[in-house]
Design a protein around this ligand. Structure first.
Ligand SMILES: NC(=O)c1ccc[n+]([C@@H]2O[C@H](COP(=O)([O-])OP(=O)(O)OC[C@H]3O[C@@H](n4cnc5c(N)ncnc54)[C@H](OP(=O)(O)O)[C@@H]3O)[C@@H](O)[C@H]2O)c1
Length: 389
């Protein structure tokens, strides 16, 4: 029996993970659940899956949760970062699935690594922000970080086909989002509602906007560097609107190995839970005939500059990726609130990056400080652009 803690259990990935656990109840059990503010959904999950420990993002939410549950149902040791740490490092947990949005779970992931837990990582912001610190800690402790993001999960599977020293490059595929092929002028008119309609994946709001701007692919490029120890020149991106090929690797002889599958996150989540084994799944099989054509093209980084900005961060000292991520986390909600245009997201990020003095970051405190300053700068720059929306 593998015993799981889920950070972000009420979200899109969290709910898919619980569905995987329900489908494999003879092999997987839930020990810990952590969520943000959705008290009702977490209460339902606790009554269904009976974890030993749970937490929420604020003490107000935690107290509301306590009021909803019969006394003694579950341990509620704390809220916010402390709560996440308590859930992630509970002694009975074998695998921590990090599926909360944002960067709040960074300390919890490090605590879980310290406690020797396997990390199943869906959250990409954690590695973008502190990839060097997190991967060094995992190496020191001999802990595996198993990628849940479908592209990195695909690369993880493909890398098992040969000796790592013979790898030429990896190719991450991108759906291109709902505005693939649009010009910079057309993108000025994009609304939040239109941007929330992803053509192939159903996901949380932040990652759906990141997919539309191609920032999601940019974050994934940085995530890939840390997960697989790659040089920037070894990480390529191709637009593949059908999202059937989840990603591929190219070996030194030119052979390309790809992983294909249905567009359902239960597949990579299950792989991370079952690894190194494979289990059967209740999901429908991939139907290549129904998929029809599989198309590939180069991403348009002049209409979608976020991907170019992510490559710039990838080739810069580590603080620049922290700035990129922080500015994006400020800009996306402003766009969703109608206070920033769609291209304004990249403009804010680029302006904050331009104003930042690149530096190495050695500790979590340094990371949090760079992050804090970048958020302040992003809010100031966004205010200047707001009047132009
Ligand atoms: N969805 C996908 O297909 C997909 C694919 C690859 C990678 N990812 C990555 O996985 C992560 C989650 O994505 P998602 O689509 O599942 O997002 P989502 O649907 O928005 O869910 C986010 C989850 O995080 C929780 N949360 C937010 N702030 C929190 C905090 N401070 N403390 C504890 N929990 C907190 C939310 O709780 P409440 O709802 O209770 O507030 C919710 O459970 C992101 O980093 C994303 O980039 C997602």
């Amino acid at each position: 029996m593998k015993r799981i803690a889920i950070l972000g259990s009420t979200g899109s990935i969290g709910q898919s993970a619980l569905a995987v656990i329900a489908a494999h109840a003879d092999r997987l059990s839930v020990v810990g659940l952590a969520a943000g503010e959705n008290v009702e959904r977490l209460a339902e999950q606790i009554m269904s899956y009976r974890p030993a420990v749970a937490s929420m993002a604020s003490t107000t939410a935690l107290e509301r949760l306590r009021d909803l549950l019969p006394a003694g149902t579950v341990a509620l040791p704390g809220a916010a970062r402390d709560g996440l740490v308590a859930v992630a490092s509970h002694p009975d947990v074998d695998i921590v699935l990090c599926a909360s949005s944002g960067t709040e779970a960074l300390e919890a992931v490090l605590a879980a690594i310290d406690a020797g837990k396997i990390i199943a990582l869906a959250n990409k912001e954690v590695l973008v922000m502190a990839g060097g610190i997190v991967t060094a800690a995992a190496r020191r402790r001999g802990v595996a970080i198993l990628p849940v993001d479908s592209e990195h999960n695909a690369i993880h599977q493909c890398l098992h086909t040969c000796d790592r020293g013979l790898l030429k490059r990896i190719v991450l595929t991108a759906s291109g989002g709902p505005f693939r092929g649009w010009s910079a002028t057309q993108l000025e008119r994009v609304t939040a509602d239109a941007a929330l309609q992803h053509p192939t994946w159903r996901m949380g709001r932040k990652i759906t906007i990141d997919s539309a701007t191609l920032m999601n692919k940019g974050l994934e490029v940085i995530e890939a560097k840390w997960l697989f120890g790659l040089e920037p020149a070894q990480i390529d991106v191709l637009v593949h609107p059908q999202s059937v090929v989840h990603s591929m690797v190219e070996w030194c002889d030119g052979s390309v190995i790809a992983q294909l599958g249905v567009t359902d996150m239960r597949l990579p989540i299950q792989y991370a839970f079952s690894y190194p084994d494979r289990w059967t799944t209740p999901l429908p099989p991939l139907d290549l005939v129904a998929a029809g054509r599989l198309e590939f093209s180069q991403p348009d980084t002049s209409a979608f500059p976020c991907l170019r900005l992510a490559y710039r961060a990838l080739e810069s000292p580590a603080s620049v990726a922290v700035v990129l991520n922080a500015a994006n986390e400020v800009a996306v909600p402003l766009f969703l609130e109608g206070r920033l245009s769609f291209p304004g997201i990249a403009r804010v990020i680029e302006a904050v990056m331009d104003a930042h003095d690149p530096a190495t970051v050695e500790s979590l405190d340094e990371v949090r400080e760079v992050d804090r300053r970048a958020r302040v700068a992003a809010r100031t720059i966004a205010r200047g652009l707001e009047s132009k929306v």
